[in-house]
Structure formats: C-alpha cells, structure tokens
Design a protein around this ligand. Structure first.
Ligand SMILES: [Zn+2]
Length: 325
C-alpha cells in the first residue's frame, strides 16, 4: 500500500475532525456578555502612575443652541465628520487618579449615584474598584469646578462621603461663586439647580474643604492653573514628575472633535463664553507648543491625547492602548 504524505495528512485531519465534532456540537453556545467591560486606563508620567476612570456617558437630543454662535446644521456637519449621529449628542466623563507612591489623588468625581435611572453615568465607584483602587485609600480629592458632573461623586447614594479619608480641595473662586446666596438669588430660575446641587454636595463640608488658588501645587505632582470662563473658578492642572509633564484640561473643551477643532465655538455650558474661548486658545497654544499629552474630562475614552495645531484650531490625537505602563 502506497500511502502518500498528502493522503496520510488528510486521513489524520479527518479522524481529528471525527473525534472533535461531537464534543463541539455538545458544547453550549457562549452567552453574550450583554454589558461593557470596566472602564479604566493606566499610564505613567515620570514616577507618577495615572489612571483614567470612566464615569459613563450621557446621550440626549442635540439642543438648537448647544453651540451658541453657530447653526445647528454646522454642529450636525461636525458630528457627521466624527461619525456621530446627527441631532444627538453624547457626553462622556473621565476623572483621573494620580498615584505618587506616597499620596493617591483623584481629580474630579463624576456624576455620582444620584444620576437618573437608565442613564449610564455614576460609574466611577465601580470602575475605580475594578481598577484596583479602594475609595478608602484616596488621600486627596481635587475638584476642578462645581458643575454636577464633577462634584456629584463626592457623595454616596445614602449621602455619605464617597472618599471618607480624603482631604477635599476646591478652587477658592468656585466656592465663593457657587456658595454665595446673593449669586443664587440673582441667577435665572433655570440656573438655580447648579447652586442647589453645590449646597447638597457640600452641605456640611464648609469647615472641612481646603480652598486653593491657581498656580499652587495641590497634591504631589499636581499643580493648579486657573482657566476661568467655563465657570468663574474653573481650574486645569499640570501633572509633572522630573522632566515629564502633561496637562489635565478639565472642561477647556467638551468633545475635542467639536471644540478643539473649532476653538471659537461657544458651548452652551460655558458661563462666560468670550473668556472661555480666550482661555481655550491660550491653553491649547501652550499644549501644542510642546505637543503635550492632555487628559480631557469629556474626551472619548481613554480621554487622553496629544495636541497640535491643525487648520484654524487644534487636533487631539488619542493615545494608543498600551499593554504596559
Ligand atoms: Zn464637565
């Protein structure tokens, strides 16, 4: 009998198939997971270990005046260029943790557990835990500004402190603005919610929070820079370790595909739009000069990219996932 190599191989394959087929057909179908993986992304700046923590996303019908100084059609064209649906906006939220080895700092806290049902936000607590960070081990919480999507996560669902052992540091100018009853009383009815929410979150913390000014180191490796306009005391941060440095922009822009590309666009949430635009251009000029890495609270996850000048504005190129730090 003359068995060629080819027929021998074919025979072996056939018997392997015969052996494995019944096992395969008996195995249950893998059920779909039906939910997203935990959202966190880790990287280093010098000796500092940073973790971007996803707090979730909010999707809503695009308001006519989402950008106050351009037409809704211009916004829709920009959304289409980003492969996002027309007439709909999605905003994502990403606080960042900075571990210096001696101190663990969290910058901003997400929407918190009070968020409405069926809106996938307020995920900071679960994603922080998934990343291996115990909320009890957070030493310092630094707040960039008092909008609800940045301070809501300071509280647990039952009103307790989400980071019970942390010193809470807030911009002095934000505290002065939002906690002023005079400012609340003269604000239009529609704008009262923000003042009420600040009072809910900070109700018994007046003597406990530390109020900081710009250009001060607020945590190891974290220096505040005053970037007013979005709110009166809005603050961004320089993260530095040795010769390594990056920026945490907070709300200098919302989605960079809209507002870094078009720095002259005035987001409806920018309280002083002209000041916000001037701050935005100055901040991005600084970032682009050194092609600095920038973390953006409302950037698509992992919410970190490099900034350069492009066209009449700026381009943010997202970092690539890295399997190592
Ligand atoms: Zn925000």
């Amino acid at each position: 009998m003359n068995i060629t190599r080819r027929t021998a191989l074919a025979g072996a394959a056939a018997s392997a198939a015969a052996l494995t087929l019944p096992a395969t057909s008996l195995r249950a179908a893998a059920p779909p997971a039906g939910k997203q993986a935990p959202g966190f992304y880790r990287y280093k700046v010098g000796d500092l270990e940073l973790t971007q923590i996803h707090d979730g996303a909010r999707t809503f019908p695009l308001p006519d005046s989402f950008v106050k100084n351009v037409s809704k059609e211009d916004v829709n064209k920009a959304l289409e260029s980003l492969f996002m649906p027309r007439d709909q906006m999605t905003i994502t939220f990403s606080p960042v943790a900075v571990n210096s080895g001696s101190k663990l700092t969290l910058i901003d806290t997400g929407n918190g557990p009070q968020a409405q049902a069926n809106v996938p936000v307020g995920l900071l607590a679960s994603n922080l835990a998934a990343s291996g960070i115990d909320a009890k081990n957070v030493d310092i919480v630094v707040i960039s500004h008092f909008h609800g999507d940045h301070i809501g996560g300071l509280r647990t669902a039952d009103g307790g402190l989400a980071f019970p052992n942390a010193e809470i540091k807030v911009p002095a100018a934000e505290w002065a603005f939002w906690m002023s009853d005079e400012n609340m009383n003269k604000a239009p009815e529609a704008a009262r919610g923000g003042f009420m929410n600040a009072r809910r979150v900070f109700k018994d913390l007046a003597d406990k929070v530390t109020k900081y000014e710009g250009d001060k180191e607020v945590a190891p490796g974290v220096t505040a820079i005053a970037t007013p306009g979005h709110t009166p005391g809005h603050t961004s941060f320089v993260i530095s370790s040795g010769s390594n440095k990056m920026l945490v922009q907070s709300d200098i822009t919302n989605h960079p595909g809209l507002f870094a590309t078009n720095p002259g666009w005035h987001l409806v949430f920018d309280m002083d739009a002209a000041q916000a635009e001037a701050t935005r251009r100055k901040f991005f000029d600084m970032a682009a000069a050194d092609k600095l890495r920038v973390a953006g609270y409302h950037y698509p996850f992992p919410a970190v990219g490099n900034v350069e000048k492009a066209g009449n504005g700026y381009r943010v190129t997202p970092v690539m996932w890295s399997p190592t730090l």
